[in-house]
Design a protein around this ligand. Structure first.
Ligand SMILES: Cc1ncc(COP(=O)(O)O)c(C=O)c1O
Length: 481
């Protein structure tokens, strides 16, 4: 927390909604629950994801013990704005009373019961709710528990469908360059995440990739866009190989893990049209972009596109619990029907498929999110976020490019905004800025030398201001101008 803010809280002059959150959390100071023990256990026993553990041993450790709204508190009582929405999941804030109550109601009934051979009211209701949200043709929901699995399931359903309708030669997959669909083998094969996954290529099935379109956009204005080369490449791939291709897969509108790479308006619709023309399934991976992140419940309905499969996770439970869904077209589902001996059934499932606790939270999330999307509150926050980014970074000497759509943004850092030049990798500039941001009471994650800003959707305008101002301060510490 910044010094002036801390003083304001202490002497009671802090009054903005942003600082109200902070002052409530600051009053919890001193109730630390064993930071030293947490760090010792962690250092000795935890293997963290996407982390060079050797490097992590030398970095300051931080353990989160509680949260409220868009704020998180560590074991030492320090308070941070959650600037990456706890890995792009958080919608209504941490410790939300409505989501807590929905979860507690479900826990009082049953925490978990399987969907293999049984069902439960919240799972059935959530499936109906998701079918209602999705484009009309998409009526059948297959639950799982993370985004990678939602994608694996869509791929396997596509492969099996073509076998079932007598087209077993349709096995190929086409993805978008830079695509990220998760870290399981099918998701890695369909994706194109460079050095994240290169090591595992020998075990991945081959997939073709077409170049991503280009779009610079922030503050609601497209500054430059080019999609014709990308669409031409896809058209060529389909003209040559649609007969052997099962599906095209992409993250619609924003490729998050590629560094918030944006697609120009109309791009997804054109991809869908090409897939339809060439008889190839379209899988839309909305694991990151759905549930309000871009201002709508679902990107496909906003774009007027009906995919064959839609993959959802992350914001589905507002960032509370692991749950994912793959929604398929009814016609695809019908192809799997038959007698047991016909062996048309889809033999896939996970132990916690459709977990009722997670389903109960997802239902409450959707109930709360609908009015935020419908009454323009989310749109106003997005406009404010765009304005703030424009004000603070459009002319920043070390911000070479901004990409923002909805409540998600990337700031590409460089030695100079005017030269096409990068910092040496060994300087770890992105990481250094994120470490300094912690000292300003802000949690961010870098992607190389890009800063990814992904706030919980609940942040009000003051809090969005805090996010942007604290980022600026961290930047100034590492890259003084
Ligand atoms: C678009 C997209 N698809 C799939 C995934 C994988 O989700 P999970 O980490 O839940 O497996 C991610 C994760 O960031 C993602 O952004």
């Amino acid at each position: 927390m910044s010094e002036p803010l801390a003083t304001a809280i202490e002497d009671g002059t802090a009054r903005s909604p942003a600082t109200d959150h902070v002052s409530r959390l600051a009053s919890e100071r001193g109730k630390s629950i064993g930071g030293a023990r947490t760090h010792a256990y962690d250092r000795n026993h935890v293997w963290h994801p996407f982390t060079q553990m050797q490097e992590s041993f030398d970095l300051p450790a931080l353990a989160i013990v509680s949260g409220r709204g868009g704020w998180l508190t560590d074991t030492e009582g320090r308070v941070y704005l959650d600037g990456n929405a706890s890995l792009w999941t958080n919608v209504h804030g941490h410790n939300d009373p409505d989501l807590n109550a929905a979860l507690q109601r479900q826990l009082a009934r049953v925490a978990h019961s399987t969907m293999l051979g049984l069902t439960h009211p919240v799972g059935a209701e959530l499936a109906a709710e998701l079918a209602l949200l999705a484009p009309a043709d998409l009526g059948r929901v297959f639950f799982s528990d993370n985004g990678s699995n939602a994608v694996e399931i869509a791929l396997k359903l596509s492969f099996q469908y073509w076998q079932l309708v007598g087209r077993p030669e349709k096995t190929g997959v086409i993805g978008l360059a830079g695509g990220y669909h998760g870290d399981t083998f099918g998701a890695m094969a369909a994706g194109d995440s460079g050095f994240f996954h290169d090591r595992f290529r020998p075990w991945c099935f081959p997939a073709a990739h077409f170049p991503a379109p280009h779009c610079d956009e922030w503050g609601g204005r497209v500054r430059a866009a080019e999609a014709s080369g990308s669409l031409h490449a896809l058209r060529t791939l389909l003209e040559k190989g649609a007969k052997q291709t099962a599906c095209v897969i992409l993250e619609p509108s924003v490729q998050g893990a590629a560094g918030m790479r944006l697609q120009p308006p109309g791009f997804v619709r054109e991809v869908a049209r090409l897939c339809h023309t060439h008889g190839v399934h379209l899988i839309l991976d909305e694991v990151f972009v759905a549930f309000g992140r871009l201002g709508s419940m679902l990107v496909c309905t906003e774009e007027g596109v009906t995919p064959d499969f839609l993959c959802l996770a992350k914001g589905l439970t507002a960032g509370y619990l692991p749950l994912a869904a793959t929604i398929a077209r009814e016609e695809i589902f019908s192809a799997f029907l038959g007698s047991y001996e016909s062996r048309r059934a889809f033999f896939h499932g996970h132990t916690f498929t459709g977990n009722p606790s997670a389903a109960a939270v997802a239902l409450e999330n959707i109930r709360k999110l609908r009015p935020l999307v419908a009454n323009g509150i989310l749109r106003t926050r997005i406009a404010c976020f765009g304005r703030l980014l424009d004000e603070m970074f459009a002319a920043h000497p070390h911000v070479r490019q901004i990409r923002q759509r909805g409540l998600t943004a990337a700031l590409d850092l460089a030695p100079s905004r005017d030269r096409d030049e990068a910092f040496p990798m060994s300087q770890r500039v992105g990481l250094q800025v994120c470490l300094r941001a912690r000292e300003h009471g802000l949690l961010l994650r870098p992607l190389g030398d890009s800063l990814l800003l992904v706030p919980p959707l609940c942040l009000d305008e003051d809090e969005l201001g805090e996010l942007v101002h604290r980022t600026t301060r961290a930047l100034a510490d590492v890259l003084p101008v």
